[in-house]
Design a protein. Sequence first.
Length: 438
Amino acid sequence: MTEITDLINSAIRKYQKNDFKSALKFAEKILRKDAKNPDALVIKGNVYYQNHQISDSLQCYLKAIEADSHHQSALINIANTYFEMKNYEQAYQFAKRILFEDNSHKTALSILGNSALELEKYEESKSAFLKILQQDSVDAWSYNSLSRIYQKTEDYKRALAYGWKAVELSGGADEQHLNFGYLLYEIEDSRLMDSIQKYANEWITKYAQNPIVKHMGNALLHNEKIERADGEYVREIFDVFADDFEEVLASLDYQAPELIMEEYKQILSEKKDFKQEVLDVGCGTGLCGILLKKINSKIVLYGIDISEKMLEKARQKKCYRKLIKDDLENYFSVSKKQFDTIVAADVLTYFGELKTLFKGFHKILSEKGCVIFTVSANTVNEQDYFLHPSGRFLHHKNYVKKVLKDSGFEIKKMSEKILRKEGGKDVLGYIITAIKKA
Ligand SMILES: C[S@@+](CC[C@H](N)C(=O)[O-])C[C@H]1O[C@@H](n2cnc3c(N)ncnc32)[C@H](O)[C@@H]1O
């Protein structure tokens, strides 16, 4: 028994030092002696979890509770893993099971509250977070969750007050700024314009240095002086968004990569040589890359993006020769490499003024090279570009045409298309193919 206890302690020590390989070795050694040892199964599950083998980790935790149905770490990890797998019903049931034995368990309350929120059991969710606040009155995430509940139940005044409290208690953490920014944007249409303006003004005054606040605040307050989204802001939102990006975009009927692929097919059909070098700017998770590579495997793809988390996903697609982490304008100013084609799906929406970007495209394209991109249409006013409260820029087609011409491009094709949905409505835009003039 002491030998097993020693081995468990060694496995825990290795795990705590992030030496997952050795922790797994110790756990397996224990399991060879005692196949149902719940502590070893939990450690093994945790190592799988760290390696993103989520369902394998769940199987280990489930085996652990077969051996010891009260094993608290196993129960917590099961609840948490089900939540991660978006199986909110099971996450909710397991959190309840833990709370049955310890009704003030903070992690279980948090999993219960968050799963109940997803399951639209708002009263139960609210009471879980209020219980956490009784134990820890400065827990910013509980305030944030309460704000989400109030938003869902259309009690916007409280949603704003709790969201603001989450920002303040977190000391202005980026995640809370993002949540608060989205809240202000999402309830923009309600009858609370005065309160929203008041909060937005206070937010932008108090946290003036934060790039998320600066960009989202300016968008909400319709500040016309902003020419592009701050790189820090873009990096932060896409780092946070990367895991869910493709699922969310599919639910919005996102069309840009397919539209780009169709245009590129047309371009390629006019060429003899398929060994083209293509730069996918703002490549994100690689949705364009994978489609372009399908057209012809000889195409050599490069990708550039500012968000490491998005690039990580693109890397997994294994279709790019090289992925570069940089801000587009910076890359264009320093790079000496030339490309035959540039594609940009839903990227120019993070730039208002397009001159610098188009000059950059021109610089890195080879002779008669082409650029294929989408822009969202400015259907709000007659200005060249408009910073929408969502933080995305919309462009007037005449402005895009003019800047392309001034930057040394000839427009080959420009079509109006529905790019995706937002808030249930179609987002109108243009897909444009332009050729570098000699
Ligand atoms: C809406 S996503 C589109 C991704 C991909 N093109 C697609 O269609 O799936 C926009 C991408 O542009 C990147 N991006 C925006 N501004 C950028 C900048 N200044 N420099 C580099 N990447 C940028 C973001 O990080 C994000 O991955």
